[in-house]
Every structure is written in C-alpha cells, then in structure tokens.
Design a binder for this molecule. Structure first.
Ligand SMILES: Nc1ncnc2c1ncn2[C@@H]1O[C@H](COP(=O)(O)OP(=O)(O)OP(=O)(O)O)[C@@H](O)[C@H]1O
Ligand SMILES: [Mg+2]
Length: 591
C-alpha cells in the first residue's frame, strides 16, 4: 500500500507539534547543535569562496607579485579543506542524531501502538496504519538529516550572498534583484504543475501495484475463476495510464528545463552586460564582477531549490502531526509482570451481571443484551447459538478486549476492573475462532503461550493437544516453518497448534472458540479427548456449533440475538420442545 503524507500549512499548532518532537531530539541536542555549527561553517566557507576568487583575479589583473597571488590561493585551499571537513562532520553528526532519534521514536510509536485498546484498531485498517507510520518516519528521517539543514543552508547563502553582493556593488545587486522575481515566478509555476503530475503518476503506480499485489495474493482464486485475462486487461489499462501521465510530465519537464536554462543564462548575460558597463565607467573591478557572477549563480541555484525544500518542510510538519496524533490515544493499563500477586489469583468463578454491549464502530447495533449468567469454578460451560448471536463477543469481553456498555463482569465475586489487566489476561487462554500463527516455526508458535518454555514443556503441550503426532512426522519436527500466517499447515493442524499454545500457558480459565470446527471425526475425537483432560481443574468455556462436542458440558448456554434464551444441561435442554437447542440437536443427530 502506498500512503501519501499530506502537506500541512505551517500553522501555530503545527509548530507546537514540532516542539513535541523536540523531546526526542533533546538527549542529542548538543550533538545536533554542533552539527548546526558545522553547517554554519561550511555554508559561510562557500560564501567566502567567490570573494576570494574575485580577489585572485584582481591581483592577476593588477600585475601583482606571485607571492601575493599565491597567498590568496593558499587561503583558498585552506577554506576549501575547511569546508570539506565541516561538511563531513555536519552530515555525520546529523545522521547520527537522526538515526538515534528515529530509533527512539520508532520504539515509542510501536510501544504505544501495541498497548492501544482494541477499539482503536476497530476503525483503522492495519495496512494503512503500517504504511502511514513508515511513510511518516521516512519523512522525519529525511527532515532531520537533510531537509532542515538544506533549509538553513539556503537561508544563510541567500542572506549572506545578497549582503556580500551589496557590499561589492550596490547598483549591480539592485539590477540583479529586479530580474530574480521573473525567474522565480517561472520556477514556482512550472514546479507546481510538475509536482501535481508526478503525484498523479505516483498514485497511478500505487493503483497498479495494488492490482499486482491483490492478484498474486489471491492467485488461487484468480486461476479458479479463470480471470487471468480479466486481470491482464485491468493491469494493461493502468500501465498505459501511467505511461500517458509520464509522457505529459516529460513534455513539461523539457519545457521547464529549457526555459530555466534560458532564464538563468539570460540573467547571467544581463548581469554581465550591466557589469561591463560599470567596468567601463570604472565603478567595478574585474575581480568584483567575477565574484559577482559566481554569487549570482549560487543564489540562483539556491532559490531554484527552495520551493522543493519548502514543500518538504510542509510535508515534514504533516508527518509529525500525523505521527504524534497516535500518542494522543490512551493506552490500556497493561504492565510487564512475571508474577501475579496472590490476591489477584483467579479461582475460576465468573459472573456476567446484566451485561450489554455494542461495538464502538457500530454503536447502534446491540450485540449483547442484558446477559446475566453465573459460571462455577472448574466447570465446563458451552456456548451455542446461531451465527452472529454474540458468542465470540462474549468471550472477548471476558478477556476485557472491550469494555461492556452496561453491566459488570465479576471474577470470584470481584469486579473485573479491580484486577490488573495483565494479571487477568495472563490467567486466561483462548483458542480463537480465526487462528493466527506467526510466520516462524512450530516451536516459536507454541512457545508464544509461555515465552521461554523448555523443549520438554513444548513437546508435552503438543502431546496433550494431540499435535505431537503430526509434528513428529515432519522431517524438521518443531523447527518446521509454518509459512506466512500458518498457510503451510492444514486447518486442523493450525488448530491443534493453537490448542498446544493455550495448554502451555496452563491457564485458570480456558476458552475454546470452535476449537474442533475444522477437524475430521477422527481428529475431532482425538482433540475432544485431549480437551477433556485439559479441562480438569480449570474453568472452561467452549463455543461450538457441533453439539457432539459439548454433550458432556456441565452447563449449556444458548445465545440468540445477544440474549441467553435457554440454559441447562444437554438432557434438560432436549426436553424444551420447540427450543433452539432441541431443533439444532434434531438436525445434527438426524442422520
Ligand atoms: N469487530 C466487530 N465490529 C463490529 N461488529 C462486530 C465485530 N465483531 C462482530 N461483530 C458483530 O457482532 C455480532 C456478533 O458477532 P460474534 O462474532 O460475537 O458472533 P458469533 O456468535 O461468534 O458468531 P459465529 O458463530 O459465526 O462465530 C455480529 O452481528 C457481528 O457482525
Ligand atoms: Mg464466533
């Protein structure tokens, strides 16, 4: 995905944001200050340069001694060496400060982002967030290392250059300054148009990349639907558009380049013409004219580059505002904890007290409606009900991924808020409905349940989850790579790895969301078997569509439209004639 950082007008709040950014540079401010000094040094050195060259010419013109000429030449060489040393240190120091500042900024952004509550991620697309942050950070890097330096250098050169020119010849400077606006208008006008076109080209390129990306990601669907030719023509149209924009841009750039050459050389001719008339009247020396022309070229080039730097500064402000906006979002109170205080240990009883909920992104839709349920310690509770009833939502509230809009959740009779969030979550484990595996090895994926677990613990957990049998058949065993998001494993294998991960965590409360949904009957029996063992001595909540898996549950809750409509044991619920559970059961066991 391609993200274009918006340009921002330079405003007071924008500048205030920049001051916030200063917090990150602050630890390195002396180094940055030193870099600025070197910048000042190298820019001033480049200003002295034309002056000295002019003097050299004048000395030659006046037929001075070789000694004096050599002296100036030596000074020139010294200035040259000084300038190159200054430039080196300026760049070196700026890059060092920028890299370390960015490392800090990257870390705090990630650290902040990862602790934001689920509701933040609800209304943002992860891909966009990701590319936005990386675009912002790249711009900041650019700004800290080159844009700001470039901006300052240009200021110094223009102000210093014009001052020195005034000293050399006031008349000629005025003459030159009267030509400058003409060239500036030219540059600004063309520059704006060219930028607009290249922006257009950029977004067309991004569009065409999206086609390639999506097509390749969904290559299986493309082939299955024989849509190769459809995609080819989609891509052809886009690439032709890119070419057309590029060619239009090229025409414009050609015109721009030829007219700037005309403008610059024309200005030079004009200055030299005017200078020569001053030479003739003796108001100006040859060397002075010489340095004057060099100054003019310097300043001309600098003004030409200024529009670009100004645009970059505006973008930099946009990026800073963008990035710092994330820091205005409140984080969840998660903390890093290796041990849980005894008073925060869960005993396994759960109570939903008049719980209601709607997702922050869809407030008008009530997903859970006044749910009141008590779950006893060490029991197996099953949640069943039609798709969309709110089963997965209920368990995500239990994990406090979202806050209820109404009502409370109690653990062992205590408000869930009274237990630190991380302590609470660390005593629960969930095998979610859509299992997510990280792109590494099987070992890494299982160990995610308990970072630092030993080999034996991992093997034991996979045995309990009935996963060991297929893991040990892989030539590489635990080191087998699972592919991006686990795509190189079958659905049932992924599920068992997720179960092993939950087992390894050894939670007080175990939540299984459709844990047996993608298994064949034999594997289902194996997993079922494993789960029964696992559920001993802990509270378990199982969400299932297949009733066969939950027959032996201590308590079954039937959810429909966010309400508990029936509850009881399997046998009790079967007696409710016309009940949802009875109907489901009739359907599933009909065969
Ligand atoms: N992140 C979300 N943002 C907004 N609405 C959501 C979100 N997740 C689920 N919903 C909506 O909440 C309702 C309940 O969804 P939930 O996932 O809890 O159903 P479920 O009972 O688990 O269904 P299934 O059996 O299909 O898994 C649905 O109408 C769904 O569209
Ligand atoms: Mg669900």
């Amino acid at each position: 995905m391609n993200y274009e950082v918006p340009k921002k007008k330079i405003t007071l709040p924008g500048l205030r944001k920049l001051i916030q950014l200063y917090r990150y540079i602050k630890p390195y401010r002396f180094e940055y200050g030193l870099g600025l000094l070197f910048l000042l040094g190298s820019s001033s050195a480049s200003l002295v340069f034309p002056k000295l060259l002019g003097q050299l010419v004048d000395l030659g013109n006046q037929g001075k001694l070789a000694l004096e000429i050599n002296k100036i030449a030596l000074i020139l060489i010294a200035v040259l060496v000084g300038q190159s040393v200054f430039s080196y240190f300026r760049i070196f120091l700026f890059v060092r400060v920028a890299e370390r500042t960015l490392a800090d900024l990257r870390q705090s952004t990630f650290n902040h982002l990862i602790r934001l509550p689920m509701k933040f991620f609800q209304h943002r697309r992860v891909g966009e967030l990701n590319s936005r942050i990386s675009a912002d950070i790249t711009l900041l890097q650019d700004a800290l290392t080159s844009t700001l330096a470039e901006f300052l250098r240009q200021l110094i050169i223009i102000i210093g250059g014009v001052t020195l020119m005034m000293i050399t010849s006031f008349k000629l400077t005025l003459f030159m300054l009267s030509i400058v606006p003409v060239i500036m208008i030219l540059v600004v006008f063309f520059g704006r148009y060219i930028r607009k076109l290249s922006k257009q080209a950029q977004s067309q390129v991004a569009d065409s990349n999206t086609i390639v990306e999506e097509t390749l990601q969904g290559i299986q669907s493309v082939k299955a639907f024989t849509n190769e030719f459809f995609e080819m023509s989609r891509y052809r149209i886009k690439t032709l558009e890119i070419a057309a924009t590029g060619i239009r841009n090229g025409k414009l750039r050609g015109a721009f380049s030829s007219s700037t050459i005309l403008g610059l050389f024309g200005a030079m001719v004009a200055v030299i013409w005017k200078g020569s008339t001053l030479l003739a009247t003796g108001e100006l020396a040859t060397g002075e004219l010489f340095s004057f022309v060099i100054y003019s070229m310097f300043i001309g080039g600098t003004i030409g580059g200024m529009a670009d730097v100004f645009a970059r500064v505006q973008k930099f402000i946009g990026a800073t505002e963008d990035l710092l906006e994330i820091f205005n979002e409140a984080v969840e109170p998660v903390d890093d904890q290796s041990s849980i205080l005894p008073e925060h240990l869960l005993h396994g009883s759960i109570e939903f007290d008049d719980l209601s909920f709607s997702y922050p992104s869809r407030l008008e839709m009530q997903v859970l409606n006044h749910i009141s349920v008590t779950i006893l310690p060490d029991t197996l509770v099953a949640l069943v009900g039609p798709s969309g009833a709110g089963k997965s939502t209920l368990v995500s509230l239990l994990l406090r991924l979202y806050d209820p809009t109404l009502g409370r959740i109690l653990f062992d009779g205590r408000e869930s808020y009274s237990i630190p969030l991380s302590s609470l979550r660390s005593q629960m484990a969930i095998v979610p409905q859509d299992i997510f595996l990280f792109g590494g090895t099987i070992r890494e994926n299982i160990a995610y349940g308990k970072p630092g677990a030993s080999e034996d613990m991992i093997i034991e957990a996979s045995q309990k989850a009935n996963a060991w049998e297929f893991i040990s058949k892989f030539p590489e065993g635990l080191e087998t790579l699972v592919g991006e998001r686990g795509t190189q494993l079958s659905g049932g294998q992924r599920q068992r790895i997720a179960i092993a991960r939950a087992v390894l965590k050894d939670p007080r409360i175990l939540i299984l969301d459709e844990a047996t949904s993608s298994l064949d009957s034999e594997s289902e029996r194996l997993v079922q078997d494993a789960l029964e063992k696992l559920m001993k001595g802990r509270t378990s909540i199982v969400i299932a569509h297949r009733l066969s898996t939950i027959r032996q549950a201590d308590h079954i809750l039937v959810l429909d439209n966010g309400r508990v409509v029936e509850q009881g044991t399997h046998l009790q619920l079967l007696k409710v004639s016309g009940g949802i559970y009875r109907n489901l059961s009739d359907l599933q066991f009909a065969g």
